[in-house]
Structures are given as C-alpha cells and as structure tokens.
Design a protein around this ligand. Sequence first.
Ligand code: GLU
Length: 436
Amino acid sequence: MADDPFENMLAQMDRAEEYADVDHGVFERLKHPERTLKVTLPVELDSGEVEVFEGYRCQFDSARGPFKGGVRFHPTVTQREVEALAGWMTWKTALVDLPYGGAKGGVICEPKELTQNDLESLTRRYTEGIRRMIGPETDVPAPDMNTNPQTMAWMMDTYSMYEGHSVPQVVTGKPLEIGGTPGRVEATGRGVSIVTERLFEYLDRDLSEATVAIQGFGNVGSNAARLLDEAGARIVATSDVSGAAYDPDGLDVSALAAHVSAGGLIEEYVAGETRADRGDREGDGSADRWDDPDEIGNDELLTLDVDVLIPAAVEGVITADNVDDLRASAVVEAANGPTTVAADEVLTERDVQVVPDILANAGGVIVSYLEWVQNAQEFSWPLETVNAELERRIGTAFDQTIDQYDEKGLPDLRTAAYTLALERTASAHEYRGLFP
Ligand code: GLU
C-alpha cells in the first residue's frame, strides 16, 4: 500500500529479511512499536477560541539505547505515520551506530494558520502530554517538519519547569544559548551533501559535472542545495508547496535562500516579484550567469533529466505511478520514506542508485547525539569538531553500507543499509534477552 508509510516500512524490512542474519522470531518482534501514546491537546488560541488538537509519541525500539526522534507539526500527521517514522529512526540510529533506539512525535495541525503564541501554547501542552514518557535517559525529542530550535526551547522549558531545574539534555536541536550545538540546524543538509559526494566518488563520477533537482526547500533542502552548490554541483531545480523553479544553467541558490528565509514563496521568486533579491547582482559582472528561472510543477521536478534527484519534503512521492518517468540516475533521500517499495523495485531493476533515507538524512540525528553528549559533559565543542565528527560518522556508515552491498551482492543500497540496521538491533535484543 503506497499511501500507508507503516506498510511501506514493513515492506522494506521484508525485502531485507532474506539477506539479514536475523532470527525470524526476533525479526517479527522488530515489526511492532513498543508503545504509542495519543494525547488530546485543548489549546486556547490567540483568537479566543479553544481548539482541540491531537498528538502522538511513538517509542518504537529501545534495545540499543534511549528512544530518539523528532516531533513534526503537520495537518496530515497520523498515528501510523508517526509509527513508521519511529521505525525509520530505529534503523537510522542503528545504521549510523548511535547508542539510541527510535521514536517520533507528531501533532495534527496547520502551523501556517497558528500565531507564534498559539504554537507556544500547543508545544507546551503537547510536552506536558508526553512528559512522563520523555527524559534525557529515556526518550529525547528533536525538530522535524515545521518544528525548530524555538519549539525545542519551549519543550525544554516546559519539561524543566516540572523537574524544578533546567534539563537541556531532554531535547536536541535547541538554540545555542540554552545548550544547543553549533552545526545542528544545517546538519541534515550537510549529511545529504556528504553522502552525495561519497556516492559520486564510489561511482567514479564527477560531482562538478552533475545536475541536481531538489524537491523541497525547507531546512534540509536549502542547506543541501547550498552545500552541494559549494561542492561544485549545479542545482537546476527546487520547489516548495507553491511550485518549482527550474533553470538548466543552475539556480542562484543563495538568492533563493534569502528570498525563502524572508518568508517568500518559490512561485513569487519565479514570477520575479522579488527581483531585488537578484537585482543586486546586476553590474557586478555576474548577472549573465543567472537567467530567470522557469516555473514548473512539483511533479515535473521529479521527472527532470538530472544526475541526482533529492526528495527533501514528505514521504511517498516516488511511487509506482511516476517511477517510469523518472530520469535521474541517482536518488538521495533527504526526506524520510519518499520512495514506495513498488517504486524501489523498479529503480533497483533499472540500476538507479538510491541512497536510502536512513543513511542520507542521518546527519541530523548524528549532530543531535553530539549535542546530547555535550550536554551530558556540560562542555561545548566548536563547529569544526562537530562537523568533523559528523563527517566521520556518516562517512563510516556510508562505507559500511557500500561494503555490505558489494561484498554480499545485495540488490540495492537500501537492502544493504537495512541488513546492517536490522542485524545490529536484533543482536542487541538477543544479548539483552526477554524480560521477565
Ligand atoms: N527529525 C530528524 C530525523 O528524522 C532528526 C531526529 C533527531 O535529531 O533526533 O532524523
């Protein structure tokens, strides 16, 4: 079922089972989340109305360590989606070898329709709802879609109020001033850029000759675009909900980022409504490099004839319905769960390399771990140390995935990544045994 992310995650596990050295009984255990809490969140909005929201926290597996995973605010959140995302966090932390299990949280809401006060009240109420379940040694939330360092600050404050003292270690992705780490905001995009570079080295291809299309220009997509642009790749297309910008000669990523961070939509950028963003380049001799981009649809972006396609938005966008039209020769999954298993099978058949989400977007949780460690040490590291450690850890996971793929002759990189993650998680279960 393409539109049920949990079924998709189970199907990904099933594809890997025949190659993974995992006892069947343990494997079955890994298909079930440990627990999911559903909370009802009545919030008095700025408008004076009381609105009742619904939220979840799923703790999927803790054999390898405390639960870890983000919290998303989105109108299409469902319990099944949160459970799938918690499963993916479990495989992700195992693959990049962090001492964590996997979790995820979500609140059904449309953040665009909420004021800053509304978001604060909702975040605090949600934190109260799940606070008996989270903690520095039990479950550590972080940002995800539509949540950010400010959201984490409210969560940290709410939790700390009940504890009677500051507990920075209860969440990661905090602002620097209250125990955040340098490099966390851009970490997921940086990881995406690192694995894309590693993939090109592995394929013996030149990244500076490569064209890249990125679906989504939020925190992950925009940072991946900037860092890949700096690495020499040509970013030819990117998008948001309003539409996509396409320029075969390459987009001006920094102008686009400035436009979007000032609250602009890509549709407006393409229409030239913020020509000032681009105008300041006139006269400095580089104006010719940047033609006005064309507006294309989000669907069209996915089927552009590019070297690398980076889905960096929501799950389930590469499906049986559009996979035959995909022309990219590699896919780097910056989003969680962007490819359905039916589409995966076609991509494997066509030898399109897919760097799976649990590897490609692991930069965020790696730097979350580094933040958590610094909080425990009550010692802070400089950006260079954080970035070097991120690169080392995601690079090692990339190399291990490639070795597994090559040495075991596995069908694709996702299967290679899953066999490693499942074997590590299963092994932790076997050592720990069953209680009681
Ligand atoms: N939400 C991010 C993810 O999907 C980061 C999770 C974390 O840092 O705990 O990987």
